[in-house]
Every structure is written in structure tokens, then in C-alpha cells.
Design a protein around this ligand. Sequence first.
Ligand code: AMP
Length: 283
Amino acid sequence: MTEILRTIAEVRAWRQGLAADQTVGFVPTMGALHAGHISLMELAKGHATVTIASIFVNPLQFGPNEDLAKYPRPIEKDLALLKAAGVDAVFLPAVEELYPTGASTFVVEESVSGPLCGAMRPGHFRGVTTVVLKLFNIVQPHLAVFGQKDAQQCAVIERMVRDLAVPVEIIRGPIVREADGLALSSRNVYLGAEDRAAAPLIFASLQAAKAAFDGGERDATRLAAIGLAVLESDPRIKVQYWDVRDAQSLDAISTMDGHDALFAVAAYLGATRLIDNIVLPRP
Ligand code: AMP
């Protein structure tokens, strides 16, 4: 049975009811769940004796012109998926309880949050770190699972947990993709047929750069140019960034040598913004 918890008090009571030898694995989400989210639930189940998910479309991480109002919220379907996945509890907080009137305390990570999506979406990671730390304080998990799909989010949260000595182990889950390579995303439902047909080029561009790396190319600028050229070959796709970074610090790098490197892409198909990435272990 999946217990539905709607208030902080209900989560605290649920948490206190667990035996001392239980370990709690937590998977925060914004709902509109797909197989990528479910893979994180499975990972949490493998690492903890009790699993809890949250579904919260966090207004603090959306910019003023972003898709907060139209973000999909198929709550009954989500609950059925969590039940089928054998998740023990789900926290469905209300905006008013997580952000009480006059809330004026925020968590800001000032380095890893800077480039890539941080540069394109001002305030986004401030919203993420604030809500994640708050959810951690409510749920008090032993471990939490985040998807590599949002590689920068993983790096920002790992930095926050280190810097603030947050007693939660962070586990990254691999990216789950469609058969044609498109990374699963709640936002894929926005894509019309033609944009959906073009979308696999995002992963193909990452693969093209990886092929050049496998062929011996070590210059980060040249690798990014190879990936960018593939993605720009389709006029439907408007590239926001195609970048090569150190996978942990997200610092810019000029050569792949000595780094676990992140190839990261953000692109628009129509009004839909999609992101994807791959990590290449240091050569
Ligand atoms: P979201 O609901 O988009 O906030 O995502 C919740 C969690 O699921 C985040 O840790 C995401 O990185 C992760 N996630 C989203 N898409 C995928 C995917 N295709 N594969 C694996 N994890 C994912």
C-alpha cells in the first residue's frame, strides 16, 4: 500500500512510526511520472528498506515566463504508478504549507549553479536547492535519488549536501530513454508530431561528439562544435547551449584530459525546452 501524506505533520508522524533499523530512500519529483522516474523508485528500493516519493510542482524553480501553469499534473495516474512500483509513501505537499506567507529564507549554491541551465534560467537552482533542503528536513531520508537527466541539478545538490553537511546520501540514477534515444521527460508530452520526430537529434548530437572523442579528439571546443553542427542541421531545433564541462564542478574545460567530462545540451523545439547530456569518464 502506498500511504498518501499531504501535510508536514503527516510525514513526521509516518517517519516516527518507522522502526529504528529502517532506512528511508527518498525520490523527489514534480509528477507526470514516466519510466525514468520509476527507475529512480526502483533504485531507492534497492538501497533502502522504505521508500517515499514526493510530487510537488515547485513554483520557486520556475521563471516568470516558464510553464508552471501548464505543467502536467495527472495525479491519479501518478498515484497508480507509484502504487504499482511498490513505493511505500508519497508526500503531496501544498504550496501554501511549503512556502508560508512571508517565507524569506532561501538556499543558494553559488558556483555549480552558475553555467548552463543556471545561466539560462535565473533563480532556477535557488528554487531547487531551497525546496530539496526543505523536503530533506521534512522527510529526513537516509538517501535520496536524483536522475542524471538533470546532471547539473545532481551536481548542485551534491555540492549543497557537502557544503552544509546535510546527512543524506545522494544517489544518481542513469537516464532512461525512448527506443530512438530521446530522454524521457514530463515535457515530451508538449511535443507535436513533427517536433517529436526531430527530438532524437538531441541525443544523436551527443553521440556524434562521443564518437569523435572515441576516435581520439580531446579538444573540448572542437567536440562541442561537432555536436552543435549535428543539432543545428535541423531548423526546427533552436539550440540554447551545447557545452563541454567538468562533470563535478561544471567548470569550463579546454581539454578532455584529466576530467570526467559532461556533454550537456539544452534546445527548444517550438516552445518546448528539452535538455540531455552524457558523461565521458576521463581518458
Ligand atoms: P522531475 O519530475 O522532472 O523534477 O524529475 C524528478 C526526478 O526524475 C529528477 O531527479 C530527474 O532527474 C529524474 N528524471 C527525469 N527524467 C528522467 C529520465 N529520463 N531518466 C532518469 N531520471 C529522470
